[in-house]
Design a protein around this ligand. Structure first.
Ligand SMILES: [Zn+2]
Length: 241
């Protein structure tokens, strides 16, 4: 097992190194503005200090995802008043570079994101986090009545500007809306801030990085939600079927 992990680490490091070289050649201008060593946009492992903040909250007692599979992102974002704020997000290591790149590009473009805080600041309560229009990713849970971990539970789904981009589904003829305060924003023809649609930069960046958008689903709509396709996750986590 240890040997397998070492090989995996070597492959990851090699891929990261290749990615950096390719990027330096392809995007010199972007790097000139926001060099990779910019400490405002950084990735770290889950240190003991960070782990203390999430243990028993998003990293629940029954969490089956190894702590080593998660990464902490520190970013900057532009809030709804046009001011720069610091943000924090925890995602799976498979997508850490991608999400950092997406959030960096959104920041450079002045794209408004109200809050990027760990869901642990809301006691890992999704509803409270969404009502506060918070953007976040990792929150461990199993899919109801299964032993499969949800995509947020794997840190492989990201929610953006959650109040203005609610989740909705009809269950037994009744419309469910999450957060409940997001109901005014179910009218996707209306004009309001932070609305994610097909013309939106956030939509474009996430889909360019291989994510699917919950706003494209037929049986339900999750306008805030971007996730890695199930077929890709099956390769990364073959046991999570
Ligand atoms: Zn989501």
């Amino acid at each position: 097992m240890k040997k397998k992990m070492t090989v995996l680490l070597a492959v990851v490091l090699l891929c990261t190194a290749c990615g950096s070289i390719a990027e330096e050649k392809a995007q010199p201008e972007s790097l000139a503005v926001y060099p990779k060593e910019d400490p405002s946009f950084r990735i770290s492992e889950i240190t003991d200090e960070i782990f203390e903040r999430i243990r028993g909250k998003s990293f629940k007692e029954d969490c089956t995802l190894p702590r080593e599979d998660l990464r902490y992102l520190h970013v900057l974002h532009v809030d709804l008043n046009g001011e720069t704020q610091e943000g924090e997000m925890i995602v799976n290591y498979h997508i850490a570079e991608d999400v950092l790149d997406i959030l960096r590009q959104l920041y450079e473009a002045g794209y408004p994101i109200e809050k990027i805080r760990l869901v642990d600041e809301y006691d890992a309560d999704d509803e409270l986090s969404m009502e506060d229009n918070n953007s976040s990713a990792f929150n461990f849970r199993f899919i109801s009545h299964t032993t499969r971990v949800s995509k947020h539970g794997l840190g492989l789904a990201v929610d953006i500007n959650t109040l203005y981009n609610p989740y909705t589904k009809i269950v037994d003829g009744v419309r469910i809306v999450e957060p409940i305060t997001g109901e005014p924003y179910l009218d996707r023809e209306a004009d309001f801030p932070c609305k994610i649609d097909h013309d939106d930069l956030c939509y474009r960046l996430f889909t360019e990085h291989g994510f699917e958008w919950g706003g494209d689903w037929e049986d339900r709509k999750d306008y805030q939600h971007f996730e890695i396709p199930t077929s890709v996750i099956a390769e990364w986590y073959p046991g999570n079927q």
